[in-house]
Design a binder for this molecule. Structure first.
Ligand code: HDE
Length: 740
């Protein structure tokens, strides 16, 4: 029989492994950068002074075996440029990934703000977004337990607005003065620079245990939010309370949110650690691949608006960055959509050189007196001066606004703008008074005239001293599996702390959040929960202060739970971009594999075939099927679900492959959806979860167990899709007896 050929993985457009850019949408900003874009295809090589190079293989020498000549400007230039290729990495958020996109508001927000980009539903505002981890170096793993940065630069017609947020809505500290301390504590320890990209060490927990204001943030950091499945599946938060100001000069407080349309999902901690070895670029690759394949990541912009008159309505202070406004108290209104649709052309030029600044605001958006925000307003420009090497970093293509800039700032290293004319000062008459100041009606920025009365004082407002009520609210809002993950996370992190006093002190802090939580962590560390002795909890107070003035004030949140705080309540209605592994070998049943694959791909899932060998496999009916990975280059932790198709020979081979059985065991351990053709049941019988296989295929069983065994491929696909959309079956961990 003649062998039919199905295009191999190498020829098939594979959304997860593109060989060439397919989607390249342009926008006003990417067009504006075009003159800086270099494309060398079809061109000759030249030196930086534009002279064509004839020989890029050999340096200039005195004779074939002679010494190199100083005269060789080609060698000197190339080596010199290379020697200077590196710039300092960001002092925090060094590891990141960026993408271009667009933002559109759903309907005009003119009643709240005069910001132009929030007025016109038909207007597409270009954006550049950078996601990041905080603690690790530029080359560290994406899957560290950490906060994620979520920085958005809007290139608006009124100049750039940067919303420099995180994937958690609160922060560790209340005052910018403590930021260097926090970062010194979490970064690798200074004597041996260990550990990389991890908070699980003594200095971090020493600091945290002495700073009870961090309690709320620590709950978020020990939750699964700190190990996202994808940048595309994280929420984003502006953290601070900002101000909207409308055309009439009226101001409202506003909190910014980003809500991912794919829902909020995480991986398991064991999985995260393994991904860090198998593919440390997991999030970077995931973002890149999704955009290349046209599965554009999307978020809705949400706002919580609080009228000025309600500033003191809450039991917490709106200026305190360790507090959220629970969505039950002020609902999040979804007002627009962000779509990322284009990868950068060059990582360094765009992602690495992107300079975000929380102080980049446009008319209609203004600051509040949050002391953390106020400190940030200084830090972001200052840090670019050292990182990007001088005051002209705003002229780098990725940073410059789409509007032309005219002012009297001049010169400095690497100046790009060629300012014409004699006058570079204001007032001037020689330049006819230009550039002119813009009246507010012409878009000139005017600060909100907030009334300020006060004495100059280095102190903290008493309204910032409830450190535990929202930490408690967060913990109590989690599902049982989420609570278990947090207990495990605390036990892991504190278990890595060598100083027992620090562990013990931290248990004491946790006891103020929830005694059961503290007891569970104490049990794992073989410590006990101390009685509340009234010992000072807060060690962060000024030299001459009375320590008792700086201790937390006990308070209760008016809410027992907030649904929005638990990822268990996230929408679970799509399998788009989920990665499904198919374990198959020669002799696979092509028809059933094809049906299931087509059904999954029709809903946007990415299906990859994993076989004992690379290249292709031959189905039972002699069709060549492209292989994406061999069992050697794949790993279960890189997929969301796994399917074993039928076909006697294929099933026999997979059953006899220990790596394939390990793949399934791990997928089970990490609570993923698993499906097998009824003819492949023997493969599942070879796993450690053989005695946990469901007896039936009813939707209730599938939704409880996440395992489908079925003969009819269409029925199998239907149940499997429902299971994949659930993301993970955390309940499987319940006995917490799953072998490693
Ligand atoms: Fe940052 N932060 N930060 N930060 N931050 C930086 O700026 C700083 C804070 C955030 O992808 C730095 O360009 C201070 C909160 C993101 O390029 C630096 C304080 C939030 C990014 C800096 C904070 C953030 C940064 C380092 C306390 C969430 C990455 C490199 C007062 C709302 C942006 C740089 C990117 C980066 C200072 C606290 C978010 C040093 C002083 C709170 C997403 O300027």
């Amino acid at each position: 029989m003649a062998r039919k050929t199905k295009p191999s993985a190498q020829d098939t457009p594979n959304p997860a492994q593109p060989t060439e850019k397919k989607v390249h949408p342009a926008n006003e900003k990417t067009d504006e950068m075009a003159p800086n874009r270099e494309v060398s295809r079809g061109e000759f090589m030249a030196t930086n002074h534009g002279v064509r190079i004839n020989n890029d293989q050999d340096s200039l020498k005195a004779g074939e075996r002679g010494s190199s000549l100083l005269e060789d400007f080609i060698l000197r230039e190339k080596i010199t440029h290379f020697d200077h290729e590196r710039i300092p990495e960001r002092v925090v958020h060094a590891r990141g990934s960026g993408a271009h996109g667009v933002f559109k508001v759903y309907k005009s927000l003119s009643h709240l703000t005069k910001a132009d980009f929030l007025q016109h539903p038909e207007l597409e505002t270009p954006v550049f977004v950078r996601f990041s981890t905080v603690a690790g170096s530029r080359g560290s793993t994406d899957l560290a337990r950490d906060v994620r940065g979520f920085a958005v630069k809007f290139y608006t017609r009124q100049g750039n607005f940067d919303l420099v947020g995180n994937n958690m809505p609160v922060f560790f500290i209340q005052d910018a003065l403590k930021f260097p301390d926090l970062i010194h504590a979490v970064k690798p320890e200074p004597d041996n620079e260990i550990p990389q990209a991890a908070s699980a060490h003594d200095t971090f927990w020493d600091f945290i245990s002495l700073m009870p204001e961090s309690a709320h943030m620590i709950m978020w950091l020990m939750s699964d939010r700190a190990i996202p499945r994808s940048y595309r599946m994280m929420e984003g938060f502006g953290v601070h309370t900002f101000r909207f100001v409308n055309e009439q000069g009226e101001s409202n407080f506003v909190k910014f949110h980003w809500k991912p349309l794919l829902g909020v999902h995480s991986v398991a901690w064991d999985e995260a650690q393994k991904i860090s070895g198998k593919d440390p670029d997991f999030h970077r690759r995931d973002l890149w691949d999704a955009i290349e394949s046209g599965s554009f990541p999307e978020w809705e912009l949400g706002i919580q608006v609080v009228p000025e008159a309600d500033e003191h309505r809450f039991e917490f202070d709106l200026l305190d960055p360790t507090k959220i406004i629970p969505e039950e108290l002020v609902p999040v209104e979804r007002v627009g959509k962000l779509t990322l649709n284009r990868n950068p052309d060059n990582f360094f030029a765009e992602t690495e050189q992107a300079a975000f600044h929380v102080g980049h605001v446009v008319p209609g958006i203004d600051f509040t007196n949050d002391p953390l925000l106020q400190g940030r307003l200084f830090s972001y420009t200052d840090t670019q001066l050292i990182r990007l090497g001088g005051p002209n970093f705003q002229e780098i293509p990725i940073n410059r606004p789409i509007v032309q800039v005219h002012n009297n700032q001049r010169d400095g290293y690497m100046r790009q703008t060629i300012n014409s004319g004699k006058s570079s000062y204001n007032p001037n008459s020689l330049g006819d008074g230009y550039p002119a100041q813009a009246p507010a009606a012409e878009g000139g920025f005017t600060s909100y005239p907030e009334r300020i009365d006060g004495r100059k004082i280095r102190a903290r407002s008493k309204s910032f001293f409830d450190h535990f009520s929202q930490a408690r609210l967060f913990y109590h809002s989690q599902s049982e599996p989420e609570k278990n993950h947090m207990i495990d996370a605390f036990s892991f992190e504190l278990g890595k702390v060598k100083t027992v006093e620090v562990r013990q002190r931290m248990i004491g802090v946790l006891a103020h959040v929830d005694r059961a939580l503290a007891a569970a962590v104490a049990y794992a560390l073989r410590l006990s929960v101390p009685a509340n002795t009234g010992e000072p909890l807060n060690h962060s107070f000024p030299a001459d202060a009375d320590p008792s003035d700086y201790q937390p004030i006990p308070a209760e949140s008016p809410l027992a739970r907030s649904e929005a705080l638990s990822m268990a309540n996230t929408p679970k209605d799509t399998i788009a971009t989920r990665k499904i592994a198919v374990l198959a070998a020669d002799g696979v049943d092509e028809a059933s594999l094809g049906t299931v694959q087509a059904e999954l791909e029709a809903e946007g899932a990415v299906v990859e075939i994993i076989a004992p060998r690379q290249g292709f496999l031959l189905s039972a009916n002699d069709v060549e099927i492209g292989v994406h990975h061999s069992l050697l280059t794949a790993a279960s932790v890189l997929y969301d679900a796994v399917y074993v198709p039928g076909g006697t020979n294929s099933v026999g081979t997979i059953e006899g492959e220990p790596t394939a059985i390990h793949f399934l065991n791990e997928a089970f351990k990490h609570c993923k959806a698993i499906a097998a053709d009824a003819g492949a049941r023997q493969v599942l019988d070879a796993t450690y979860f053989a005695n946990k296989l469901p007896d039936d295929n009813t939707p209730e069983t599938v939704m409880r167990e996440g395992i489908v065994i079925e003969a009819d491929p269409a029925t199998l696909a239907m149940h499997f899709k429902a299971a994949i959309a659930q993301h993970r079956f955390w309940e499987r961990e319940k006995p917490r007896q799953v072998p490693a």
